[in-house]
Design a protein around this ligand. Structure first.
Ligand code: TMP
Length: 212
């Protein structure tokens, strides 16, 4: 029996990482075989690639180099972490996946969605998530949340201008329109408890549909 691959997407400060952890705890309490993982990262090699990509000192990084590194980290993470768990019938909750590359590298960095998609299809051999939750919040709100929680890791991409974050949001909304069956939007401007409730409802509705 094959399991479920669910990804969590969104701009900076959307709260997706917090919600992902809470969904994981809930599923564990319910006795489900669930793991939480993230991109870039989620395996020893992929975490090392993450350090290279997100190093605040690497300001000279070329956009295509960055796209290749994300795809390389993704490949390793998929093979080592995601696929084995899904094959065992488990649930994988993954913080970001291919959509992040389409949005950040394809649109915001201007490489082009289709070019970045081709690169990623090579890396993933076409594997896409069963369900994607997109946490939608205005960049001003997300960035203000980050400023409040200074304890969070500050990375090179946090230094981008507000216009970049607006491009990211527009690109996510565009992807959601392109793939409404897979990508479900969650209003992430609400209180975290409400965002969690909505996320659980979306996942449960998806699981019920899958079994009927
Ligand atoms: P995080 O904010 O979820 O920790 O993600 C780290 C940064 O990496 C975030 O600014 C988005 C960026 N990113 C990309 O640009 N492309 C990708 O493919 C992934 C997975 C992340």
């Amino acid at each position: 029996m094959s399991g479920l691959f669910i990804t969590f997407e969104g701009g900076e400060g959307a709260g997706k990482t917090t919600v992902l952890q809470q969904v994981k705890e809930k599923f564990e309490q319910d006795g489900m075989q669930v793991i939480a993982t993230r991109e870039p990262g989620g395996s020893v090699i992929a975490e090392k690639v993450r350090d290279v990509i997100l190093d605040p000192l690497h300001t000279e990084m070329d956009a295509r180099t960055e796209a290749l590194l994300y795809a390389a980290a993704r490949r390793q993470h998929l093979v080592e972490t995601v696929i084995p768990h899904v094959k065992k019938g488990g649930i994988v909750l993954c913080d970001r996946f291919v959509d992040s590359s389409l949005v950040y590298q394809g649109v915001a960095r201007g490489i082009g969605i289709d070019e970045v998609l081709q690169l990623n299809l090579f890396a993933t051999e076409g594997m896409m998530p069963d369900l994607t939750l997109y946490f939608d919040v205005k960049p001003e709100v997300g960035l203000a949340r980050i400023a409040e929680h200074k304890g969070r890791e500050f990375n090179r991409l946090d230094q981008e201008s507000i216009a970049f974050h607006h491009k990211v949001r527009k690109a996510y909304l565009h992807l959601q329109e392109r793939e409404p069956k897979r990508i479900h939007t969650i209003d992430a401007s609400e209180q975290i408890g409400d965002v969690l409730t909505k996320s659980l409802q979306e996942i449960q509705a998806f699981m019920e549909k899958k079994t009927t």
